[in-house]
Design a protein around this ligand. Structure first.
Ligand code: PLP
Length: 418
């Protein structure tokens, strides 16, 4: 019956510090967002107490009527958002959703193809360190060294040579629209299943700012916490009934036990928000703001991988400034701006250093920043980078202190969780 502050002051302090951090730092991590109070409330609800193994109407435990209610809402809303026939909303995360597809549609030892990590792919698409790279014969495809766009000639050549069971499109640091029809054509030529992992750009698909993978992909996975602005979690979608059946068995009992009903309740809330007309204008602003941020960094001397962005994120090549990704993300954090270092295509530096940073607009746009604010943010980032270019990894302490003040002032003009 005691609240957190009283029952566990140490954990309460950590939560308070996180709230303060989110309130006063500018969040440019492209995979993050700021959920509504309604999403937080659903996720912090009594549903965390409930075991509901199975699916709505077919549970292994008693007392599941309320669980059925919220899971069915989440499923119906997800189907409505993406105009598709089936949704499994139980995966605990994006990695779990991708694992479920592999469990459902492939066997260990099969060949899979995904975008390589250094071209912006994700660990779960066949990276050596991950299960997808250890249990499968992973053949990565990449981007063209000049345009930084997916090299479809290479995809086609590798597919013909290696005959993959599964071809995956999607990534974590690919700033451009993906041509799903081309992938599907290649998949059909070699008899592969085509999966799209739209984790990053799902919100843009929902609002019509990115072409939909449905009609092309056999199966689609996503996270629910990035541009979709829901709780941390995953989801698998498809229009194919036979695949749908296999996905349900792969998620439970294949890969997971009890679903996180509190998270599923929060997913339902977020999906409801994504169906509201205001979400379309939110994503329109996300895309516009990412363009302004990227253009400002380019004007100030950085290169943009692929020359720009069509989405919510940009991959910034710091080579022309003589600054590494690691020095940049550390100096920016000292200045109150969070982003992540990120490898660029054919990066000469190792993953712990990198030549780039990835920046995104979803979280800043949620708190109300518009193009004027994103231009100011781009200039603040560039000021900090100039300090690194001048002084090496120590940066320019005076500039960083000034930026910290400007960040604080900007955040106070656009408060969150008031
Ligand atoms: N797929 C893509 C494309 C991602 O970017 C991510 C996360 O960064 C994932 C999957 C994994 O999601 P999670 O961190 O929820 O496991």
């Amino acid at each position: 019956t005691r609240g957190l502050a009283d029952a566990d002051p140490a954990v309460f302090a950590g939560v308070t510090h996180e709230l303060e951090r989110e309130r006063h730092q500018i969040e440019l991590i492209a995979s993050e967002n700021i959920v509504s109070k309604a999403v937080l409330e659903a996720q912090g609800s009594v549903f965390t107490n409930k075991y509901a193994e199975g699916y709505p109407g077919k549970r292994y435990y008693q007392g599941c009527a309320p669980s059925d209610e919220v899971e069915q809402l989440a499923i119906d809303r997800a189907k409505q958002i993406f105009n598709c026939g089936f949704a499994n909303v139980q995966p605990h995360s994006g990695a779990q959703a991708n694992g479920a597809v592999m469990l459902a549609l492939t066997k260990p030892g099969d060949t899979i193809m995904g975008l390589s990590l250094d071209s912006g792919g994700h660990l779960t698409h066949g990276a050596r360190a991950a299960m997808s790279g250890k249990w499968f014969n992973a053949v990565p495809y990449g981007v063209d060294p000049e345009t930084h766009l997916i090299d479809f000639d290479q995809v086609a050549r590798l597919a013909k040579e290696h005959k993959p069971t599964l071809i995956i499109a999607g990534g974590s640091a690919y700033p451009r629209i993906i041509d799903f029809a081309k992938f599907r054509q290649i998949a059909d030529e070699v008899g592969a299943t085509f999966m799209v992992d739209m984790a990053h750009f799902a919100g843009l698909v929902a609002s019509g700012h990115h072409p939909t993978p449905f009609g092309h992909a056999h199966v689609v996975t996503t996270t629910t916490h990035k541009t979709l602005r829901g709780p941390r979690g995953g989801m698998v979608l498809t229009d194919d009934e036979a695949i749908a059946k296999k996905i349900n068995s792969a998620v439970f009992p294949g890969l997971q036990g009890g679903p996180l009903m509190h998270v599923i309740a929060a997913k339902a809330v977020a999906f409801g928000e994504a169906l509201d007309p205001s979400y379309k204008s939110y994503i329109a602003a996300v895309v516009e703001n990412a363009k302004v941020l990227a253009a400002t960094l380019k004007e100030r001397g950085a290169n943009l991988v692929s020359g720009g962005t069509d989405t919510h994120l940009a991959l910034v090549d710091l080579t022309p400034l003589g600054v590494t990704g690691r020095d940049a993300d550390e100096a920016l954090e000292r200045s109150g701006i969070t982003c992540n270092k990120n490898g660029i295509p054919n990066d000469p530096l190792p993953p712990v250093k990198t030549s780039g940073i990835r920046v995104g607009s979803p979280a800043g746009t949620t708190r109300g920043f518009g193009t004027a604010e994103f231009r100011e943010i781009g200039n603040m980032v560039a000021d900090v980078l100039d300090g690194l270019a001048k002084n090496g990894e120590a940066g320019d302490a005076q500039v960083e202190a000034q930026v910290r003040e400007r960040v604080r002032a900007l955040c106070e003009r656009f408060p969150i969780y008031v």
